[in-house]
Design a protein around this ligand. Structure first.
Ligand SMILES: NC(=O)c1ccc[n+]([C@@H]2O[C@H](COP(=O)([O-])OP(=O)(O)OC[C@H]3O[C@@H](n4cnc5c(N)ncnc54)[C@H](OP(=O)(O)O)[C@@H]3O)[C@@H](O)[C@H]2O)c1
Length: 279
């Protein structure tokens, strides 16, 4: 049987690039998107063009997304694994961030993910097979001070994925949402990370949190090449997990949050039950 056909968004750097390189090295056929096909091609380097389809895609444009998925199927005959990877961090308090800053973040981190899924599903449904891997973040389960809008986008991806997994299971399609901890990519660099233009002096705790994150740039514990290997493993599993926390930091933060949730549930159990008609 032919190896799976992958479609990866946001592939000119970071996790997406590491994944595309490893896929090509392992003999998969790969369609990859970027805002710049040239940057993508340069980053991937010399490669077999029968196996690699670099696509310049505007992820906020339905027609552009739809055409890129059609091109993938036209070239390779199927679309087996979709990785919604493109995304960026956005820092600032809710009142500091402008409408436009918030909208851009949701446009890429959430609406582009939804659009790619909408365009890929008709092919996957017809195939009665496929795997959608959505990249959320540990911020989509246990978020940190100063990243509320980023957290909102990644919680959205988490919720969307959990239900989508239920919705498409009977069609032979798997869904996995990956929540990475800190990985050594361009994520915390000035080219990727967006900070609110507007800064309000009162938010000192947020500024301190941002400083701590920025100081982590280049020293993150997560290795993007190992992450790429894990994505490939997930896609080859007959029964992949719906949620996967990637990295020891993500695992620890998720465990800590789970404990907080359990404690909260128990503390407020009586009040929770109070609203039942027959309480
Ligand atoms: N690294 C981490 O610590 C970490 C932790 C948790 C979650 N994540 C998530 O992992 C995913 C990959 O991030 P990364 O760490 O690999 O970061 P990265 O090195 O900055 O790469 C991000 C990729 O996303 C695309 N992208 C970024 N901003 C975009 C925009 N405004 N419009 C369209 N595409 C955009 C870029 O695609 P092109 O430039 O090729 O168009 C780029 O290749 C993201 O969804 C991120 O939220 C990362």
């Amino acid at each position: 049987m032919d190896k799976k056909v992958w479609y990866v968004t946001g592939a000119s750097k970071g996790l997406g690039l590491a994944l595309v390189k490893q896929l090509l090295k392992s003999g998969y056929r790969v369609a990859a998107t970027s805002r710049s096909a040239e940057a993508l091609q340069t980053a991937v380097g010399a490669t077999d063009h029968d196996a690699f389809l670099p696509l310049e895609v505007n992820l906020t444009d339905v027609d552009s997304v739809s055409a890129s998925i059609k091109q993938t199927v036209d070239q390779f005959g199927s679309i087996d694994v979709v990785v919604n990877n493109a995304g960026f961090g956005i820092g600032g308090s809710v009142e500091e961030l402008s409408e436009q800053e918030v909208a851009e973040s949701f446009n890429i981190n959430v609406f582009a993910t939804i659009q790619v899924i909408k365009q890929a599903l008709p092919y996957m449904r017809k195939q009665r097979s496929g795997h959608i891997i959505n990249i959320s973040s540990i911020a989509g389960f246990a978020a940190a001070t100063g990243w509320s809008i980023y957290a909102a986008t990644k919680f959205a991806v988490m919720g969307l994925s959990e239900v989508l997994a239920e919705d498409v299971r009977e069609l032979g399609i798997n869904v996995t949402v990956v929540a990475p901890g800190a990985f050594r990519t361009e994520f915390l660099s000035q080219q990727s990370l967006v900070m609110s233009e507007n800064k309000i002096d009162d938010y000192q705790t947020i500024r301190a949190s941002h400083e701590r994150y920025l100081a982590m740039d280049g020293k993150q514990a997560g290795d993007p090449d190992k992450a790429a290997g894990v994505f490939i493993q997930l896609a080859e599993m007959p029964e992949p997990p719906v949620r996967f926390f990637m990295g020891t930091d993500a695992y620890n933060r998720a465990v800590q949050k789970t404990k907080i949730l359990t404690d909260d549930l128990e503390q407020w159990k009586t009040l929770s039950a109070f609203t039942d008609f027959n309480a």
